[in-house]
Write a new protein. Sequence first.
Length: 378
Amino acid sequence: MIYLDNNATTPVDPRVREAMLPFLGENFGNPSSPHAPGRAAREAVEQARGQTASFIGSKADEIVFTGGGTESINTAIRGALAAQPGKRHVVTSSIEHSATKNLCEQLEREGCEVTWLGVDAGGRPDLDEYKSALRDDTAIVSFVWANNETGVLFPIGEMARAADERRIVFHADAVQAAGKIPIDLARVPAHLLSLSAHKIHGPKGAGALFVRSGLGLPPLMRGGAQERGRRAGTENVPGIVGFGVAAGLSAAALGSEMPRVAQMRDDFEKGVISRFPAARFHGDPGHRLPNTSNFALPGLAATDLLAALDRLGVCCSVGSACVSGSPHASHVLRAMGVDNEEAKSSLRFSFSRMNTGADVQGALAALDGAVRRLGLGG
């Protein structure tokens, strides 16, 4: 199998798995318990909190562990609204992940006003349009740092500064960006930031929300006093431990591995162009993640090609795993001005540090074979 769907999820790093195993066995204590097993679990959770904080340049007490990116995003947006009952305006973009998109659509049904910022053909927003959208009654601004389908990066630093100057809460969805580009919250004045472990070779079901010191944020889930009263429920100790180790490993690999990943992505795209000159790539090539390639082969249904590649042992996707099976063309590509047929002909290949050059060549050979099997030639 050649796995090139790393924006959907990543394989767990063996070192992460080894770190988790004791907490699925003998180290089973509840971190809220005062006895020795509980204290051992609490120590492990706090160590992971420190590792996660170092990963993004924050303080340890600004990290709230959650069940994943979706919970973090919902906590951030609903929390900001609950903390400011006199403000009912939200600003976001037309290419957000479904966790933000579907939540904001629900907020509209609940009486909030949402400004949906458009993007250009490269998938980037207009900063002047963004600044004009900010209002005195804006409760929160929420933008994806890196789009999960195209890998296109938003200018989060500039956007966060503009919101901060207006004293408006700014949330960055960094689920796809983390581990692929450096994130330093000492330099980026975001107030909230969402993370997910399974995008950085950690376990599924573990996430985190950065909450900047001084920001009052009501919990989404109420119950016990876990996570300093910001997220009720017994902590997922094995998942949190795995998250911490994955964060540390990803931080260490940024400088050495991401350039290699970018080279694999570039070699893959050159191979696609040489085989299929009509291929059309999506997303601003100068502002994107080092691992993501999204392109269309006109005249070909992406779902057919996906199935053919799967039979040949290559895993990729037609876009976000969260909306797979939808009969509709990608809302991200449509917002970028891609026509419906081209959008339905588009595939996403996403690499990770666990891929090799052999995977690139194998995927290209499989792509060539799959297209010819479908009778479309080169």
